[in-house]
Design a protein around this ligand. Sequence first.
Ligand SMILES: Cc1ncc(COP(=O)(O)O)c(C=O)c1O
Length: 456
Amino acid sequence: MKKNKVLSIDKKHIWHPFTQMKDYETIDPKVIVKGKGVKLYDIDGNEYYDTISSWWTNLLGHQNKKLNQALKKQIKKLEHVNFSGFTHPYAAGLVEQLSKKLPPSLSRFFFSDNGSTAVEVALKTAFQYFQNQGNREKKTFIRLKNSYHGDTMGAVSVGGVDLYHKLYHPLMFETLQADSPDCSNCPKRKSEFTYEARETGCALECFASMEKLLEEKSSEIIAVIIEPIIQAAGGMIVYPFEYLKKLRKLTLEKNVLLIFDEVATGFGRTGSFFAFEKAGVVPDLLCLSKGITGGYMPLAMTVSTEKIYQAFYDDYFSNKTFYHGHSYTANPLACSLAVETLKILEEENLPESQKDTIEFFHNTLKEFGKEKFIADIRFTGFIGAVDVVEDRKSKKSFLPEKRMGQKIYLKSLENGLVLRPLGDTIYWFLPLVIKKKDIKIILEKSLKVIAEAVRE
Ligand SMILES: Cc1ncc(COP(=O)(O)O)c(C=O)c1O
């Protein structure tokens, strides 16, 4: 199809996600027709560094030869079958591989097909876990300010970003909100920049509101749901892992389940295989998706402990069955891709083998601190972020009308890279196979783009 035809059909009929379509009318979207490694190519032959790994999914580069091969092999055998009453070696193989990467207590795997459904499953499982034991008191969850767990209504109910969630309040089930461990905006932070939140010099004062809720209301609380190490869509908020240690200890004491949403952080993105490993704590429920298939196909999993599973295990008429499922649950093509993804991570010893590259990324990002329009710098593993402001000293932000983030986004495309800001926070969510030379170019281009946008 020719470019003009794509654009005319698109503009006339397609409604894009997270997009004000009136804005979109005035901007011709890039028509992407190819990907290779860390780059995307449009129909006119222009190339763009995919610095956000195609919405945080891509792990091993576009058009990865081994993943392509795995998909070709699988498509000759079985493309799909219902997963209730049937099973297949591709799901079993995936569970066998993934189990090796998880603590033994996380031993039961429920499949679904995207990050939001992984979260829905976790919320419903946690609720029913207590119901099945006759506990009718537990009926709410703790969510964090700035948290994002997806766009389905359950996930929205435990979300904490006003821009995405506030409007839907009348439809949400009630939850309790704890403060965000937002080092960037914390008056207690002693270091100039947050960096990896290892030297913030604070006493985790931000944990107080969580502590209060758990101390006062634990009899009502089913679970706490949290994105470990980094609140991603809420602004790439990196926080100290001691927060998770405290949270695990208190939730255990108070008989409250702990759900880690590793949809964005799983499979090496934060520099360890799972983000929670950094804190040395284990959740009761774990949500996985995005990178699980290397970014090729939708697949998700909610992993739970044997203890939770056993609360559902009973005679049929006990009515303890988990009545939940999706048409594409454990899709064999996606499972085979996930098996291959895990195999590649193992063979290439990722993310460990990229330690030097990660350090290079962080050190290069630190250089942004020389600019007075950079308010904070944060990073963990392959994820990095900076806040762009008018002036760091006076902490003056740009007026929302200036739409600085949007300006930077459009400029980035002109300069051969995709920066998709969250407000005025510019971030990089790099694939695990990124090379130092690409990081150097990406960050040089990014700084140029940001500086130009600010100057204008
Ligand atoms: C932490 C987290 N959870 C859940 C989701 C939702 O995933 P999906 O977009 O696949 O529904 C996202 C998406 O960005 C996420 O970052």
